[in-house]
Design a protein around this ligand. Structure first.
Ligand code: HEC
Length: 304
């Protein structure tokens, strides 16, 4: 059995090759796979044990072959292992085929007969390794031309904008399914019974002390009328409850206490109280609230 590489090269090479393959194929985000899945450490360990066992087996087999080889042939058998890589027959043959270089002794045969002021030229063969690269380049170029210039596949710019568009869609989708990432841009008004019941419970526990159980207002403003200090849209309410009112007025920020979904439920509940006219309500604070779209149509000049 020929040893192409000494053990101190072959051992690490095989082990880290295996390690690299795992890292390449196991999808572990931006953390190394063996950190994310500790089981991989176990797999690597088992692999290492097997690798060592195989090395032992191979060397045992080598020993055996050595001993059953007739004495006169043993030298050839050992010689094969001792010769350095670059001197091995197969390596030399490979190099010859890749370069087709002529030994320096043959330069006289290659010399072309012209002579430019003493500068002569050798007619060497083009090295095949270089020629193959060149042919490869031509084939690649042909495919490239057909694919991108004729069939119009996406170039980097088109790929980029497609991925960005997809990412925007993915983010919107993710936000929809992760309600606690909701913010005042994405919040929607809830109208279903169970959500309003939850909102009512939150309101009674946290808010009734200042806004009264029926929302009629006491320390805090009346939440049932159509006057609002900070706007009467679900987004305005979400913003006010999340961030609080003006300094020193008493309306604190609730974002540390309530989750975005709970704020959404409370705000939706408050909006469901619109126009309920509780007994002796607090006088309206703020301005008459007109929905932006309604306002826009009111602002339009009427054509006569
Ligand atoms: C300590 C008393 C207090 C508590 C408790 C309180 N608020 Fe307020 N709230 C106020 C005051 C005072 C204002 C007016 C703030 C201002 O003028 O800046 C206000 C304003 C508001 C507004 C804006 C009203 C408008 O006209 O724009 C909303 C909505 C609101 N509160 C909802 C809530 C919700 C929901 C809770 C419970 C999670 C709550 N508040 C708890 C005192 C309170």
């Amino acid at each position: 059995m020929k040893k192409f590489f000494p053990i101190y090269v072959r051992g690490p090479l095989i082990f880290f090759g295996f390690f690299g393959l795992i890292e390449f194929f196991v999808d572990s985000g931006n953390r190394p796979a063996f950190v994310k899945y500790p089981i991989i450490i176990l797999i690597l360990f088992v692999f290492l044990v097997i690798q060592i066992a195989v090395e032992y087996m191979v060397s045992a087999v080598n020993n055996l072959i050595y001993h059953i080889t007739p004495e006169d042939k043993r030298n050839a058998f050992v010689a094969e292992d001792v010769v350095p890589l670059t001197q091995r027959k197969w390596f030399k043959r490979l190099m010859k085929r890749l370069t087709r270089s002529e030994p320096v002794e043959n330069n006289a045969l290659l010399l072309l007969d012209h002579n430019y002021d003493g500068i002569r030229e050798l007619d060497n063969k083009l090295p095949p390794w270089w020629l193959y690269l060149f042919y490869g380049g031509i084939i690649f170029g042909a495919f490239y031309l057909v694919r991108y210039e004729i069939l119009g596949a996406d170039d980097q710019e088109a790929e980029f904008s497609k991925e960005m568009a997809q990412a925007t869609i993915d983010i919107a989708e993710y936000r929809r399914h992760a309600p606690d990432l909701m913010d005042e841009e994405s919040v929607t008004q809830l109208t279903d019974g169970p959500s309003l019941d939850k909102g009512k419970a939150i309101f009674q526990t946290n808010c009734a002390a200042c806004h009264r159980a029926d929302g009629g207002g006491q320390i805090g403003p009346n939440l049932t009328d159509d006057h609002w200090i900070f706007g009467g849209d679900i987004r305005n309410l979400f913003h006010t409850i999340t961030n609080g009112g003006r300094d020193g007025k008493g309306m604190v920020s609730w974002k540390g206490t309530l989750k975005p979904t709970q704020i959404q439920q409370a705000a939706s509940y408050i909006l469901s109280l619109q126009g309920t006219h509780p007994k002796d309500p607090k006088a309206p604070d703020g301005d008459l609230w007109v929905r932006p779209e309604a306002k826009a149509s009111m602002d339009k000049p009427t054509v006569k």
